[in-house]
Design a protein around this ligand. Structure first.
Ligand code: SD4
Length: 338
């Protein structure tokens, strides 16, 4: 918490000019050779997730299978912000949001899903086996069970229970910027296995097919029934096979209000690189939020049809993982507020 206070002080000072650092060439992510696959995902949970995705991509497999399998790794890791180990809502219940999209505008999502370990796989079933794109709450759970997903016990992980009890002392809803990487879990180190985040993943496979996925437990201690950007096609994730794909993490409300991922893809359609498109979308959020921008984090990742990737964040502290081989590369993102 001390570092967050220091950070907020320094970012408040930097907000006035909304100055951004020039893009350091060394920070640019690797680009795959023509016809080679690439996968990019949010935060350092992406290191393990990308390895899961690479088992499929590296063997010439389908991007859609890769983005599902990749984020399932994070869902199973039981960190703070993805899967059933996530922080609960203010009633003490973990509710999960996820979506998935392929290279043909097929898409599916689930929101406010309870007691299901792999919401991204339920999202894929919504896409493949229903006439709909989004199922929520009880209906999503009924569908998952009918599809053979086991109903897990209704209980908090040890860390989530501790975090919830701590939260109950004040019951104030104050999302912590970069909570995904701030060592917020009592039993886990910063960036360690207990600190997982919303994970969004974008992949281009060897056949040039693009897909994306996104999965989260959402903002901890949210109102019961709150849904963020992550399961919403066009906000948390968007894929356009002619242009590229984008995904978001951070304060979902502020991604939804400007249709974040879709905006990034449209900016790429107008000729921006993935990095420049992510940056412009973040600048738009900063302009909308004004002085309140310093209180939130939002970050985008993007990929284009040539396999170039990029990211940009509002605040310091966001990182992302790119793989053009079996060895993932973790990068600190460029950011706006200095
Ligand atoms: C949400 N965008 O529910 C998610 C939160 C997030 O890492 O990205 N956390 O608003």
């Amino acid at each position: 918490m001390a570092s967050r206070r220091t950070f907020l002080q320094s970012s408040a000072a930097g907000l006035a000019g909304l100055a951004a650092a020039p893009l350091a060439a060394a920070a640019l992510p690797p680009v795959p050779a023509a016809g080679k696959p690439v996968v990019i995902s949010t935060w350092d949970a992406g290191v393990n997730a990308n390895k899961g995705a690479w088992k499929i991509l590296g063997a010439g497999g389908y991007a859609l299978d890769a983005v599902e399998a990749g984020v399932m790794v994070t869902e199973a890791e039981q960190g703070c912000c993805v899967g059933l180990g996530g922080n609960p809502d203010r009633d003490g219940i973990v509710t999960l949001d996820a979506c998935i999209m392929d290279e043909k505008f097929n898409c599916g999502g689930v929101a406010a899903l309870e007691r299901i370990k792999h919401p991204v796989s339920v999202a894929r079933r919504v896409m493949e086996r229903t006439p709909h794109v989004l199922l929520v709450g009880e209906g999503a759970q009924q569908f998952a069970v009918a599809q053979g997903f086991p109903l897990e016990p209704q209980r908090l992980s040890v860390d989530a229970e501790k975090a919830y009890k701590e939260w109950l002392k004040t019951s104030l809803y104050k999302p912590v910027v970069n909570i995904e990487n701030t060592g917020n879990r009592p039993t886990g180190p910063v960036g360690g296995p207990q600190n997982h985040d919303t994970i969004a993943m974008l992949a281009l496979d060897a056949q040039g097919r693009l897909s994306g996925s996104c999965t989260t437990s959402g903002m901890g201690f949210k109102m019961r029934g709150r849904v963020g950007d992550s399961p919403l096609i066009g906000s948390g994730l968007f894929v356009d096979p002619a242009v590229g794909a984008a995904a978001a993490t951070g304060q979902g409300e502020d991604v939804v209000r400007m249709a974040g991922a879709h905006t990034v893809v449209e900016l790429m359609r107008q000729g921006r690189s993935p990095q420049a498109a992510c940056r412009e979308a973040v600048e738009r959020i900063a302009a909308i939020k004004g002085a309140k921008a310093k209180d939130i984090q939002v970050a985008f990742i993007a990929i284009n049809t040539q396999g170039q990737t990029g990211s940009f964040a509002l605040q310091k502290g966001f990182n992302f993982t790119v793989s053009t081989s079996a060895t993932p590369v973790l990068r600190d993102s460029e950011f706006l507020l200095k």
